[in-house]
Design a protein around this ligand. Structure first.
Ligand SMILES: [Mg+2]
Length: 435
């Protein structure tokens, strides 16, 4: 492990991303307070707010009523995840005209590698990216940029003077401005860590930098503490790529969708979405968990295990069994939220038919898998909901399976909708011609 002696990482974190994208695509919103809400409802909450709304006291997770009270002139727009994902891809393409993106951390955060650049060139490259973004994407989009010895330091730099940060934390100046960063603002230091740090007599950045790597590991009770400490010191840490362990989708329900039979319809859609992702990434799954929260916010869940599978029929059957079991164990009149997760993932080489599989059942299994593959292919060509097993209810709030979550930027296919009648006919003709 070596300590960097030059700038190694450029990190871009976009300010108030969803709200600024709304302003970028809708000029009527510019210069005004804007909030983005989860869905069109007075019971919804803010998921993002622009800096004007923030200055008026609006904050994330604030209910619509409170947001209007804090800022009566606020314009509230329901989230349009497809628009944000589209903008995300345009932004990456724009950055990559100057510098390759090393890692996409989230919909509005990316990391680029600066090795090979001297300080002057690194700063020039960062300035060019900022100017390109303003020219090609738009001036409402607001990048905060940090340059540092590694990803953590560059990210801290990007956070330091928001909005529109442009902070260089050169290893030569270490610890420099880092000393002013409150421990709670360091990505990776959670509230629980702060309590433990305090107990160990560590109250600020200077204290944390002064301890040993071993001590950091002991405070965290894991290697994470040592990793974080080393990054703060300017060492570069390459983390092993985490193996994907599950595919899950959740949904908050409102109105009639809280009825158990409607919640099951919604679960069916979420299961289909998760199963498509399992197949798209080349996995089989051996476990399924259904969770729900009832009207009193009590949580329940059931996990089921089965031989490795990748077809919708099996997943739907397992999901229905799990759900029915949940419903018989407790009688739920209203369901506030549901969650389905496919896990216990394995790859082709790990899949074995069980001992009692007959040729007939093996063939049937293969046919169902092939059918699912064909459906996925057709759906990727003609829209994500073009071919379905069973009816497709329209869930309020839309974007089933296409919501932006930490660590996963949805693909464009997640948003494709049913094509119009003409496209449908055309598609059918093309499929027939291929046969
Ligand atoms: Mg951001």
């Amino acid at each position: 492990m070596q300590r960097a002696i030059s700038l190694q990482t450029l990190y871009i974190d976009f300010d108030a991303f969803f709200a600024t994208v709304e302003k970028q695509v809708n000029p009527a919103l510019r210069g005004k307070p804007v909030g983005v809400i989860a869905m069109e409802s007075e019971y919804s909450a803010l998921i993002a707010q622009c800096y004007i709304a923030k200055a008026m006291g609006c904050a994330r997770q604030m209910r619509v009523k409170e947001a209007r009270k804090a800022c009566p002139e606020i314009t509230l727009v329901p989230a349009r995840h497809d628009v944000y994902v589209d903008m995300h891809h345009r932004i990456i393409a724009c950055v990559e005209r100057t510098l390759p993106v090393k890692k996409v951390w989230s919909i509005d955060e990316v990391e680029c590698d600066l090795s090979g650049f001297n300080e002057e060139a690194a700063i020039e490259v960062a300035r060019k990216i900022r100017a390109d973004l303003a020219r090609d994407i738009g001036t409402e989009i607001s990048p905060s940029i940090g340059l540092g010895a590694n990803q953590l330091q560059a990210k801290i730099g990007a956070e330091m003077e928001k909005p529109q940060s442009f902070v260089v934390l050169h290893p030569r100046d270490f610890p420099g401005k880092l000393l002013n960063v409150p421990l709670g603002d360091v990505p990776g230091i959670a509230a629980g860590n702060i309590v433990r740090l305090r107990r160990a007599g560590i109250n600020n950045m200077a204290d944390l930098l002064a301890i040993s790597a071993k001590h950091a590991r002991a405070i965290w009770g894991s290697v994470e503490g040592e990793r974080l400490w080393a990054q703060l010191q300017g060492y570069s840490i390459e983390r092993p790529e985490t193996q994907r362990s599950m595919f899950g989708h959740s949904r908050n329900l409102s109105g009639e969708w809280q009825r158990p039979e409607k919640a099951l319809e919604c679960l069916r859609l979420l299961t289909t979405k998760a199963a498509r992702r399992v197949r798209a990434d080349g996995f089989w799954s051996q476990k399924l968990t259904v969770s729900l929260k009832d009207e009193y916010k009590r949580k329940y869940h059931i996990e089921r295990q089965f031989p490795p599978t990748r077809d919708d029929f099996n997943f739907q059957r397992e999901m229905t069994c799990a759900y029915q079991e949940l419903m018989t164990k407790n009688s739920h009149r209203k369901i506030r939220s549901i969650y389905v997760m496919l896990h216990g993932l394995c790859e082709q080489g790990d899949v074995m038919d069980d001992l009692f599989t007959t040729d007939e059942s093996h063939n049937k299994k293969q046919k169902r898998e092939t059918l699912c593959d064909v459906m996925d292919k057709v759906n990727s060509l003609y829209g994500a909901s073009y071919l379905n097993i069973g009816p497709q209810p329209v869930i309020p709030g839309g974007y089933v399976g296409g919501k932006i979550a930490f660590g996963r930027v949805p693909t464009k296919e997640d948003f494709a909708s049913l094509p119009p009648q003409a496209a449908r006919k055309q598609a059918a003709a093309r499929i027939a011609a291929k046969d």
